[in-house]
Each structure stands twice: as structure tokens, then as C-alpha cells.
Design a protein around this ligand. Structure first.
Ligand code: ZN
Length: 311
């Protein structure tokens, strides 16, 4: 029996084609060259994606697990999660499935805190785990490696599906002319078209050209991180090079009482860089290429208890 609480919400999403017009409008306000279309998903197992399954289709769903209160002020070391167990809490098929996204690393296995790009598929008992972690090494630099575990720690945002080929939302964007980052632009587009109706997307995007600001959490702080400022000073920020593969889950708006993380994107690469995406730092040269699908069901798993007086 799992100890984790589970809340479930049917999202009854619009069709992908209903997203094209609003995304086109808002993206073109923030990027010079953009395209939005519905296309068959490329085979995501191949380079440059290197994901654990080919596609993002079939029984599409998203889960928000744990949360930042599990990290600060002091890490809750009993908060580590098994991806196969989370897949079953997400009511995914037992025979085959695929989850990707952004989470903290499995500190209880690795022996230190890190960032993780969950990237896990299973098919008839065979498991493909292509998750990588990123940590801060002793020189203060980013170090990345394949995760030896199918667990993660503290918090995670996962998009789950049957991992099958199928039509997805393809977005390309080049040369940023506005202030919003790539995912904020998508969120703003969905919010403007759908208002308070929650639209949830998950998938992968490439930063093909340019650089991006990413953070990596170091090992756990020896002193409690009591304020946002203390957390900010503890986290390490880096300017990292494309190409970066970014696994992303985002929501168009809040769901009252659910404490959803509005957006969570983690990146990995073949050149030893990775971490938590904030924004590109090369607006003139940056190029994005994204493949997203829309979630039909949302799960809130092990939602941290709310502090007194906090709404
Ligand atoms: Zn993160």
C-alpha cells in the first residue's frame, strides 16, 4: 500500500487544433519567427531527443507530486518516490507506458541532492530508464550522469502517456523579441484563450541554438533555508549551451487548493550540462522546437500540508 494521498481531476481538454490559433497569436508577439501545427510526433527515442519511448500519445495525463515544501526549510528525507509506483497511482496501463518531466533527484540512492529529468518507459515488463541527474560538483560546476535509479526525490511534475506515436502540437520559435520565456509564452496563450479552464500540457522541447539560464540544486544545505532569498542564494545558476533537451509540464492557470507548480522544465544534453530551465540568455539567436500533448487527467499526489494562515 502506498502512503501517498491522491487527488484526481478530469480535465476534459479541448482538441489540439483549438490551441493552434491562440498559440500562434501570442507566440508571434514574443518571437520573431514562429510556427504552430498539429503533426505526427517524430520518433522521440532517436537523437537529438533520446527519450525512453517513441511518442506522447495514448491516455495522456499529468501528475504533480510532492512540492517545494519538501525541500525547504529542511529537506523531508522520507519524501522519495518510486516512478513505477507513481505510474500506477496515475492509473497508467500496466502493460506499457511512458513518463517524462522534471523532478528532484533520488537523494536516498545517490547520497546527495540533484536535479532529475525523469524519462522512463515500460513495455511488457521491460523497462527503459533514460533519466539523467545534474549535480553541483566539488568545484562548483555542473556534473551530469545517467540515473542509476527509477526513483526521484521531494517533488516532481510528470507527463504520462502510452508512449505511442500520434499527432502532437509542434511549435517552433526563433529570435525572442519579448520578455516572456518560451514556456511562459505558451502559458499566456492558453490563459488568454481559455481563461479559468485549466489546460495542462506536457512534452519535450529543444533549445537548438543559443544559451539558457538553468539552475542546479547543490547538496542539501547544512542550515535551514528559511526564506526565498536563502533558497535563491543556495541554488547555483549557470549559463548553459544548446543543444538542450527540455522535458516540460505546464498549466495555463491555478487550481485552487491544489498548489500546482505552474510550470516545471528540466533539461539534459549530450555535452555534460543540464538542470532546471529559467530562460534563454541569447534572444537574438535562440531557436526552440517543441512537441507537446494535452493532458486529459490531472493527479495531485502527496500534496504537502498547507501552512496555517496560508491560502
Ligand atoms: Zn526544477
Amino acid at each position: 500500500m502506498t502512503p501517498w494521498s491522491v487527488k484526481k481531476l478530469d480535465l476534459s481538454p479541448p482538441s489540439l487544433s483549438e490551441l493552434v490559433a491562440p498559440l500562434t497569436t501570442t507566440l508571434s508577439q514574443n518571437f520573431k519567427d514562429i510556427s504552430v501545427s498539429i503533426e505526427p510526433c517524430p520518433d522521440l527515442t532517436l537523437s537529438p531527443f533520446n527519450l525512453a519511448a517513441a511518442g506522447l500519445s495514448g491516455n495522456e495525463r499529468v501528475a504533480d507530486i510532492g512540492g517545494p515544501p519538501n525541500l525547504a526549510p529542511v529537506p523531508k528525507r522520507d519524501r522519495h518516490y518510486s516512478i513505477p509506483e507513481i505510474c500506477s497511482l496515475m492509473e497508467m496501463q500496466s502493460s506499457h507506458g511512458f513518463v517524462l518531466g522534471a523532478s528532484a533527484g533520488p537523494f536516498h540512492v545517490l547520497g546527495f541532492n540533484s536535479e532529475l529529468t525523469p524519462n522512463y518507459a515500460y513495455h511488457d515488463g521491460e523497462v527503459t530508464n533514460r533519466a539523467r541527474y545534474a549535480k553541483v560538483d566539488e568545484k562548483g560546476e555542473c556534473f551530469t550522469a545517467p540515473s542509476p535509479s527509477t526513483d526521484f526525490g521531494l517533488m516532481g511534475n510528470l507527463f504520462g502517456s502510452d508512449g505511442l506515436p500520434g499527432d502532437v502540437l509542434k511549435i517552433t520559435a526563433r529570435t525572442r523579441i519579448g520578455e516572456m520565456n518560451f514556456t511562459e509564452t505558451i502559458q499566456a496563450a492558453l490563459k488568454s484563450a481559455f481563461g479559468d479552464k485549466l489546460i495542462t500540457l506536457g512534452g519535450v522541447f529543444l533549445i537548438k541554438v543559443g544559451k539558457a539560464n538553468l539552475h542546479v540544486m547543490p547538496d542539501f544545505s547544512k542550515t535551514p533555508l528559511k526564506t526565498r532569498k536563502e533558497v535563491e542564494e543556495w541554488i547555483r545558476y549557470y549559463d548553459m549551451d544548446a543543444p538542450l533537451v527540455c522535458l516540460s509540464v505546464l498549466h495555463s492557470c491555478e487550481k485552487q487548493g491544489w498548489d500546482l507548480r505552474a510550470e516545471h522544465t528540466h533539461c539534459f544534453s549530450e555535452h555534460g550540462e543540464g538542470g532546471h530551465y529559467h530562460f534563454d540568455t541569447t534572444p537574438e539567436s535562440v531557436e526552440y522546437e517543441a512537441y507537446f500533448n494535452i493532458a486529459r487527467v490531472l493527479y495531485r499526489i502527496d500534496q504537502p500540508e498547507r501552512e496555517e494562515g496560508k491560502s
